[in-house]
Every structure is written in C-alpha cells, then in structure tokens.
Design a protein around this ligand. Structure first.
Ligand code: SAH
Length: 432
C-alpha cells in the first residue's frame, strides 16, 4: 500500500503522468486526498484513473477514523486506524479562537515516561503522510475542506516523541504549511518534546519557527531521572542551552510543560528550584494536572496545590499558567485510549460518528493566507538571524531587564483580563 498523502503536489503530478493521465489531474488528486476523499467518494477524477491508481497499490485514505469519543466539554477523541491496522489517537479541542487537533507522531513511544501511557509499547514511526492524514480525517469529520479548514491549530503532543521521528515530522511540517495545501501558519503549530538537545538545535536551524514545548516535569536531574528515562542521557542544563538556541534562532518563547505529580515534583520548594533553573530562558511554564494512569500508579495533585505551585513561580518572576485539562473524562492523556482499546476495555464515552453535532464554523475561520504571512515574518526573521551576533551581545542587557518584565507579567496575571480568561489557559481563580 502506498499512501498518496506522502507525496508533494509535484510528485503527484509525476505519478499521474506516469499512469498516462494529463498533468492537471495531479492537482485534482491532491485536492481530493487533502479533502479526505476515498476511491468510493464523489470526486472530479475519472473512474479509469482511479482504477489505475488502485491497481498500482496507491491509497487515498491511509488514516481512517475507527472510533470517536466525545467528552462533556465537547472535546472529541479519535482512534485512527492505519493501513497495517495499527491504532493511533488524536484529540480535537474546541476553543473560543478555533479548533486544535493534537496528533500522534509514532505508534507507541520509546521514551517510557512514568506518567505517560503511550510509552507502554513502541511499534513504529508514522510517515509524514500518516501524520498529515490525521489532520485530513479530523478536518473532513468536522465538515472542513482544504481551502476552508475547520482546524485552526495543531499540536504534536499525541503519542510518540516527535524529535525521535525527526525527518518525517519535518516533512509533515513542510506539507502542512505548504501554500498549495492546508497552508497552516507555523505560529499555529506546537511541537512538544521530552527534550533531545541535538534535535532541538537541528530544528532551530531549519528556520521553521514553530512553537516549541519542552516536557520538563522536574526541577532537577535527580527527580527527572526517576520519571523520565531520557533524563539519563540528557542533563537539564543541555536542554535549556538548546532551548535558548531555539529562542535565539526563532524568537519564539519556549513553553515548559510541567505535570504536577504528588510526592514527586509538586512541593513548593521544587517550585523555587524550577524558577531558578528557568531564570535565563525566555519561557512560560504550563502546569498540567496529571491524568492518573492506572498502570503506573502515579497520582496528580489537587487544585489548591496546583495554585500554590503556580503562585510560587509567579512570585519568583516566572510566567506560569495552569493548562485547562480538556477531555480527561475520555482519557485525554497520551496513549490511554489506545491501551484500553488494545486490552478490550470499553469506554462509556464512545459515540457513533454521525451522532456528534458541532458548530460547523469556528469563531475565527482559518485563513488561507496563514503561511504567506509567515513567509513575510520569516524574512523579518532572517534579518533577525543576521542580527544574531548583535542580539547575543544585547542579550545580557535584555536579561537584566527581563526580571522587571517578568514582575510586570506577574502583576498582569494576578488580575486576569476578560480576554485572558476566555483563552485556552485559565486563571487560578477559574481553576477548580
Ligand atoms: N513525547 C512528547 C509528546 C508526547 S507527551 C513529549 O514528551 O512532550 C505530550 C505531553 O502530554 C507531555 O508534556 C505530558 O505532559 C503530557 N502527558 C502525558 N501523560 C500525561 C498524563 N498522564 N497526564 C497529564 N499529561 C500527560
């Protein structure tokens, strides 16, 4: 089976020509597969051409929605089925600014983090087309098309370690930001990693400028090693150096992901230690409530402890927010749903796809000029790179002023505006 989503428009043109069809059919085929169409769906493509593609082993829909689950907060969780019958997960979250799809990059994961269910079994990497296929399937599911997409943001935070599947992930990023395709803005894409310094630097040097989130989860190496085996290979210091390089190259604030685990990393003294660690990094800490993973025996902390931890970070001048947990009633954490499916456990939240109702149009329609705007910004960014040396020189003076700015941020955060309170992140007051 050959996944047609693994090809660029130019490559599709070559494929159709090699099958004796005119070149313009390549564009039509590209449109059809990005709109999630299969061989039995209505398209402008001639039946004879579709038959030839099928005979040659090409597949139009390499990622199919296998099951859907809907949570009380309208988050939709997908179990996708791949060509080889492997299952992966995706989560579609509704926000006031649009819809975010969380995609997987591997079947399972090698990293084996203690709090995460997806590391229980690594099977294989996903191809670029299989990562893209999750966007295609979910977008079509909520009534979107390639030119009028219903998905506005992408987070690579599902099962798998994206930087452990570097080439396919980069290829996927190029596909999904292509002007002749979905045309996503790099600003609306976030990659989350357990922190592989050499790969973070490599990504920085590619100039893609997506948002980078680092799953830190510990205030020092000793604690990190107890919950994240990858910490044995890479000390936090080297991750922060790489993150600083990422910031210097892309001008993007780094997100630090920190899941609060009872008795492990959630003590107030550990908030102070974390603040010290992050003092020289332009970052924001996202505090995440742990979705208990039965198999691992780890417990999250309550809202009051989460608030105290955040307050301590703010007091120390570190920008911090509590990430609203969406879809936790449908096993929102990585790998949980797939594990249940594999073990035959049923979820009471499974629903028939056609019984799910949604507002067709999110409040902010995805703009088809998204990535064009990025290109404009990225030329500003090359100027930024050219100025890099001088910005390094300026860095220390900027850092001196940073503590003042962070104090300002602290002030702002303690009095959340109406706008901030309706964002993805909720203030401590709203957090229950
Ligand atoms: N390998 C990547 C991406 C997958 S995990 C990474 O390490 O970042 C993405 C995020 O999901 C992690 O930051 C982690 O905080 C979160 N996560 C995993 N298991 C979780 C759980 N049981 N409860 C809450 N968050 C979890």
């Amino acid at each position: 089976m050959i996944n047609l989503l693994d090809y660029t428009l130019e490559e599709l043109n070559n494929i159709v020509v090699s099958l004796g069809e005119p070149k313009f059919r390549g564009k039509q085929l590209h449109n059809a597969i990005l709109n999630g169409k299969g061989y039995n769906d209505n398209t402008v493509l001639p039946k004879s051409m579709l038959a030839k593609l099928q005979e040659n082993g090409y597949q139009m829909q390499a990622v199919k929605i296998y099951k859907t689950f809907k949570s009380k907060d309208k988050t939709i969780k997908f179990l996708f089925k791949l060509n080889d019958d492997n299952l992966i997960e995706g989560v579609l979250m509704n926000h006031n600014y649009g819809r975010t799809l969380c995609v997987s990059t591997q079947v399972g994961c090698k990293m084996n983090c203690a709090f995460c269910a997806s590391g229980l079994k690594f099977v294989r990497n996903l191809s670029a087309g299989e990562i893209l296929g999750q966007i295609v399937a979910a977008n079509a599911f909520v009534g979107g098309t390639v030119s009028e997409r219903e998905i506005t943001n992408i987070v690579l935070m599902g099962s798998g370690e994206p930087l452990d599947n570097f080439d396919n992930v980069v290829k996927f990023l190029r596909y999904v930001t292509a002007e002749d395709g979905f045309n996503f803005s790099v600003r609306n894409i976030t990659l989350s990693t357990c922190g592989i310094p050499s790969k973070i630097e490599k990504l920085a040097d590619l100039g893609l400028s997506i948002n980078l989130a680092i799953s830190l989860h510990a205030p020092n190496d000793a604690v990190r090693r107890t919950i994240m085996p990858v910490a044995k290979s890479f000390p936090i210091k080297s991750i922060i150096e790489a993150a600083n390089h990422y910031y210097m190259m892309t001008n993007r604030k780094i997100y630090i992901e920190y899941t609060l685990i009872d008795g492990v990393n959630s003590d107030i003294s550990q908030a102070r230690e974390l603040a010290d660690l992050l003092r020289d990094l332009n970052c924001r800490v996202n505090l995440i409530t742990l979705n208990d993973v039965k198999e691992r025996g780890l417990k999250g902390v309550n809202a009051s402890k989460t608030n105290s931890f955040m307050r301590e970070l703010l007091k120390c001048g570190i920008t911090a927010t509590i990430r609203r947990s969406l879809g936790d009633d449908v096993d929102g954490a990585c790998g949980q749903l797939r594990n249940k499916e594999l073990s035959g456990e049923k979820s009471s939240f499974e629903v028939k796809a056609d019984s799910i109702k949604f507002d067709k149009k999110p409040r902010n329609k995805a703009s088809n000029t998204d990535s064009r705007n990025d290109r404009k910004h990225s030329s500003d960014n090359s100027k930024f790179k050219a100025d890099k040396k001088s910005s390094f020189d300026k860095k220390s003076s900027r850092e001196n002023s940073r503590s003042t700015r962070k104090l300002d941020a602290t002030k702002k955060q303690s009095r959340p505006s109406k706008k901030a309170s309706s964002s993805k992140y909720i203030s401590k007051k709203q957090y229950r």
